[in-house]
Design a protein around this ligand. Structure first.
Ligand code: SF4
Ligand code: SF4
Ligand code: FES
Length: 254
């Protein structure tokens, strides 16, 4: 059976190194299988976070050969055979140990998002929405919170802008802004508190998303359009002034 060498990041914020381990390959093997084998045979203390081993829980995010991806979905036979496979923790988040990082900052951002505020129910006691609206926001609900998009986004990764909510939370906000029953206007917060303007739509977040959510095209660009319409469109501004109130920025339900 062929063998593959893995070069794994080991250590804490105080001291770190890379260690190489060799494993025997088998058909269908993924990087998380190799990590488990290394844990069992060579390094019992290797810290790694995982749960489902099926691409569902979003726990096993790491950087494999420099690319943010899920270890349980990364097939060993698809990775460059000319060199050892490098496995590192997500660079964007504070290191705890080995492959485990502290992603709790994400939960703090999530708490700052104003919750869903639905319109009153209809006379029959029900809420109704069009199927087209259901489908549009359903894509955003596929998120497994792996935070790979947060890890890759250069706004935080390279420029350290922690006042930017990041792509994961922009899709969460999009799912609320595009919800036809929601009554909260989140556009000012998007502009002022969640840093939407920092995103320069490079698409890197979309490229790493294991759920194939079209983060940039379907969430961020429409949000940017709404913010531009709300705050920078002179015709809309004049219209609001004449009407004496803020125009409804939510989509019209047909
Ligand atoms: S498109 Fe925007 S959110 Fe996505 S990685 Fe690029 S800058 Fe970040
Ligand atoms: S949007 Fe995609 S990459 Fe980002 S956290 Fe959700 S599933 Fe992961
Ligand atoms: S272990 Fe759950 S997504 Fe990888």
């Amino acid at each position: 059976m062929p063998e593959r060498t893995l070069r794994i990041f080991r250590g804490t914020p105080e001291a770190s190194t890379y260690q190489e381990f060799t494993v025997e390959m088998y058909e269908g093997m993924v990087v998380l299988d190799a990590i488990h084998e290394i844990q069992a045979e060579h390094a019992n203390d290797l810290a790694v976070r995982w749960n489902c081993k099926a691409g569902r829980c979003g726990s096993c995010s790491a950087e494999i050969n420099g690319k943010p991806q899920l270890m349980c979905m990364a097939r060993m036979d698809k990775l460059d055979r000319s060199k050892p496979i490098t496995v590192e923790p997500m660079r964007r988040f504070p290191l705890i140990r080995d492959l485990v990082t502290d992603v709790s900052w994400n939960y703090e951002v999530n708490k700052r998002i104003p919750p869903f505020k639905p319109q009153p129910r209809g006379p029959d006691g029900k809420h109704r929405m069009q199927q087209i609206d259901v489908e549009r926001i359903q894509e955003f609900h596929k998120c497994i919170e792996c935070f790979l998009c947060q890890d890759v986004c250069h706004v935080m990764r390279d420029h350290g802008r922690y006042d930017f909510a990041g792509p994961r939370f922009l899709i969460r906000i999009a799912s609320l802004v595009m919800h036809p029953l929601d009554t909260e206007n989140r556009l000012r917060e998007l502009k002022d508190s969640f840093g939407l303007g920092y995103c320069n739509i490079t698409q890197c977040c979309t490229e790493v998303c294991p759920e194939d959510i079209r983060i940039t095209d379907n969430a961020i660009i429409p949000l940017k359009e709404r913010v531009a319409g709300e705050f920078y469109d002179p015709v809309a501004w004049l219209w609001r002034l004449l009407r004496g109130k803020k125009a409804d920025t939510r989509d019209t339900v047909h």
